[in-house]
Design a protein around this ligand. Structure first.
Ligand SMILES: *Cc1c(COP(=O)(O)O)cnc(C)c1O
Length: 362
């Protein structure tokens, strides 16, 4: 008997998410560089805030996230009324698809774009539409060529994951200007804090009524395990996202940690400076070993090998040395490995391991 219990269209087309590996059997010195986590851990202020929140867990959390929105608004110089908070920015991406996409509509993302866009589009019932990139860079003209009457959302991560590349602010502005009036441009700024002088798209949000920016505490702020993200957009759009948001989507612990982390400006500055330094060392070290990467603006590099076989062999060699990196065939990049820029020591360990791999090939 065939089951009559079926999900709505699209749901069964979502590939189950494969996270970055985090352990190796029998090894205690595992270096996890597969999920773009902060090598310096969790800001102490956030740890204290989580501990303090434990005594209040019998209370439901704030439903309007007022304190967290105020803290974000203060630090980033934004309007608190146009901020929405989610369980990670992944949840804000979901809100966008739930509120604006659905059956009969299309959601655009680019060739090597972040996997959540496709997943959330399918979950909403919309058709995900992938448009080409040019040499692992978002191509604004290709995005525009993909727009139809059915398009509702265009997702672009800037800097992008897993490529680490970025389009200039002028290109994002050109895209926002050229989109037809029924389309929202979403600029995913998960790695925006790592880029000197970049506002993640905030100024473009301020200037227009068709742009939304998403941000996260999971990368630079070292809180991926807690799940805190946020979005910034025109008031009318944010109101609609709040309509589909669960009233208690963030716990007391998440809200308190977010406030503490965003106020810790020293942490943010140190993490940014250390990342830029270590990422440059990692990229140069691998390039010297014949493993190039595109200039990355994020906290990882996309190491490029001769072919898929060599990338897989190097991944296995790194794993033998206790180092976990990310294979990215699902992103159309089977010849590449995404490697998080860890601490200076971490990067040195990666370079030494790839050097041994090279010697073993000779
Ligand atoms: C890591 C990442 C996110 C953030 O996910 P969270 O749900 O906030 O942890 C969003 N977009 C991109 C492109 C990312 O790489």
């Amino acid at each position: 008997m065939t089951s009559q219990i079926t999900p709505k269209p699209g749901v069964d087309r979502i590939a189950l998410y494969q996270g970055g590996a985090s352990s190796l059997p029998g090894r205690i010195d595992v270096l996890k560089l597969s999920s773009n986590e902060n090598p310096f851990g969790v800001p102490e202020a956030a740890q204290k805030a989580v501990a303090a929140s434990a005594a209040h867990l019998h209370r439901y959390p704030s439903t309007d996230h007022g304190d967290l929105r105020a803290a974000i608004a203060e630090v980033h110089e934004l309007d608190a009324d146009r901020i929405i908070c989610g369980a990670g920015s992944d949840e804000v991406i979901e809100f966008l698809c739930q509120a604006y996409a659905g059956e009969g509509t299309e959601v655009i993302y680019t060739e090597h774009g972040f996997s959540m866009y496709k997943i959330s589009a399918f979950a909403s019932g919309a058709a995900p539409v992938e448009v080409p990139e040019r040499d692992r860079q978002v191509d604004v003209d290709a995005v525009l060529a993909g727009v139809t009457d059915k398009t509702r959302l265009v997702f672009i991560a800037n800097p992008a994951n897993p490529t680490g590349t970025m389009i200039p602010a002028g290109e994002a502005a050109r895209l926002a200007e050229a989109l037809p009036p029924h389309v929202i441009l979403v600029l995913d700024g998960a790695y925006a804090e790592y880029v000197d002088g970049y506002d993640g798209g905030a100024a473009l949000v301020e200037a227009r009524d068709n742009v939304v920016m998403t941000r996260t505490f999971s990368k630079l702020y070292g809180l991926g395990g807690l799940r805190i993200g946020w979005g910034y957009g025109p008031k009318a759009i944010i109101d609609n996202l709040n309509r589909v948001r669960g009233p208690f989507n963030l716990s007391n612990a998440q809200l308190a940690a977010g406030v503490a982390a965003v106020r810790d400006r020293d942490w943010a500055e140190t993490a940014k400076v250390e990342n830029a330094k270590n990422r440059a060392v990692l990229a140069r070290g691998l390039a010297d070993l014949g493993v190039p990467s595109d200039p990355s603006e994020a906290n990882f590099i996309l190491a490029r090998f001769a072919d898929e076989a060599e990338a897989n062999d190097c991944e296995a060699a790194l794993r033998e040395d206790g180092i976990l990196v990310r294979k990215v065939p699902g992103y159309g990049l089977p010849q590449c490995l995404r490697i998080t820029a860890g601490s200076a020591t971490d990067c040195a360990r990666v370079i030494a391991s790839v050097a041994r791999f090279r010697e073993s090939q000779a």
